[in-house]
Design a protein around this ligand. Sequence first.
Ligand code: DGJ
Length: 742
Amino acid sequence: MKMNLFFASVFLLTAMINVHGNAAANNNLILIETSNTVLVYRIDQEDVNLYYFGETLKQYDDFKLVEQNSHLGNIVSTYRGLAFNESSLRVTHHDGVLSTELEYVEHTVESIDPNTRQTTVVLKDNIYDFYVDVVFRAYHQQDVISISTRYRNSEPSAVHLYHFASSYLPVFSGRYFLTLFHGEWFGEMNMRETELVEGIRIIDSKQGVKTSDKFSPSFLVSLSHKAKENSGEVIGGTLAWSGNWRHSFEIDHRRKLHIVSGINPFGSDFRLESGNSFTTPEMLISYSSKGKGQISRNFHAWAREYGLLAGNEERPLIINNWEDTFFSFDEEMIKEIISDGADLGIELFVLDDGWFGTEYPRDNDSQGLGDWVVNREKLPGGIESLIEKAHSEGIKFGLWVEPEMVNKDSELFKKHPEWAIQEPGRRMYEQRNQYVLDLSNPEVQDFIVNTVSGILEEHPEIYYIKWDANSHFSNVGSPYLAANNQSYLGIAHTHGLYTVLERVRAKHPDIIMQVCASGGGRIDYGSLKYFHEFWSSDNTDAYQRIFIQWGTSHFFPAIAMGAHVSDVPNGITRRSFPIKFRFDVAMSGRLGMELQPSHMTEEELDFSKNALKYYKRIRPVVQFGDLYRLISPYEHNVASLMYVSDSKSKAVLFVYHHKWIYGDVYPDIKLQGLDPDARYLIREINKVGDFYIEDGQGPFSGEFLMKNGIKINTPFSRSDAHLTVSLMGEYDSVILEIEKVQ
Ligand code: DGJ
């Protein structure tokens, strides 16, 4: 019923777009339109130029005014005479000519589904039979537009591609503030906002595998001033590609911004044979005139519908053994975690690294990778006995694999040294004692598909796979690719990965899969097409997680964000937190645990049991709701966010006191996204002690909660306000369930 209404309303809106579309066609306009935004291109003789990207215009006549602006730039920025900006296309034609001058040929519009319209603009070089198709998909309800480009060579012989971006977006506002997401293993998705100045700012990845390890392929550009959550013009972009990528932000002498996004052209030039075409990955963009909060909600809604697998299905509560046992476990220890987890209310156990290898047992990270045979010394009953145990406890079973990699000390490497990425005669470098398999090689692809399928066919009861990848490219060069095609490795490898994932998914369509790359090293919408979720970070220190999850939430939804409660003190930061704080932080994502419950105290166990019960209750709101970031941990020593259900009848508020400093000033927590006219009851969950708010307070009007908000009580600033939460000490936290009174 909900779906029918959704499609009915989409149909009406689509019909409206058609009105604009038809009128536009008469006027040489090409409109890429979603419910709130539009890209306006105009066919100017042979050129196609962008005139506007922003909030949509309801009156068609207004488009005629827009097109009287001077244009922002061409639909594709090619290398040619008088073009001095960074090119999105640089191709050397078959006869050695360096420049490309594109002319409009035609454009077509088709409906992919009732919510998605695809517009393809076809261009051709004015001399050569070299074609460029720019393909836009406008996701109406979600206000997300994807742009990909197909380069087609119909010249008599091969051309050479040097720059082959997915998209070129010229923007004008005079001042631009770029937010990027940077970090590394154990510290992913830190946010940094800087003003762009004249010149070119590049963020990229050259790591081959771990796409989001140093920088995420995602960015925000705020126009005129720093990005705010709820106001101001912001453009969000993220590249759906699981290999090397690059975004360049160039401010020219007239302070126009040129954004070129796509596969990293660094070291990746390649021959495109006559008769062949090359299609780039999709660049996803979204525009908001109401701040970056709306950009996040747009991407989340898009992801749940199109960007990840089964975005409308609740994710199970997981317990994983990794941070408790690392490689040192035996069958008994694992079975104990399974039954203790099940007692707490966990729904799925995941056996992590270390379960395989016979000749080279995987007892540490230096050996065994590639030898996917169970180590019966560690697990005499094999995987089957663990599955049985899980089932007897009423929970499901999941397994860790890392099939794209190999240790030097492994049977696989001894048998197939030529399957690893390497160059003849050069020293082979390792990362985490391992090599990356050359996925451009179809034999390697077959091996990976057969390995994963073999495991799943032998154990059809496996419900979940954690698919890890712990090394970036530590060498360059493919023993498989021809000598004159070596620089194609990065692209061929990523295509090989997608082929593998497609084949695995086709054979096992129901398997739930998590993508992981040494924590959050592969969080991109290229891979998420094949996965249900990602492991956000190996850093489960609750304080740091607030920041990691905060950054990640800008582009990726909570339903996909693996967030586990682990033991204290944290193995690396040596920091300890109360169990409540750890749960309260993890419960704002896809909750799980990564410890041995028998190491917990009775109180911690009781708390965990209740927390898991509560999470099951709030799960639909967290996993399907709209996210509102209320107080940033980057600006205050308290952070707050909330999720609101579609109907606005339920919400969950999270508040974290992550740092205690004398004299600190605490902002009021002004809720968002509620129905101002509705009345809500408030109930605290995960309660410890009795100094937080009373049960079932209210009802309060949505308007009161959003305008007056909730006051924060601290030891030095007590509030007598009617509605307060108390954050007395460092690492205090609060979760409030907010429910509309019927
Ligand atoms: C890196 C992952 O992020 C961890 O969770 C764990 O699976 C290890 N790899 C296992 O080697």
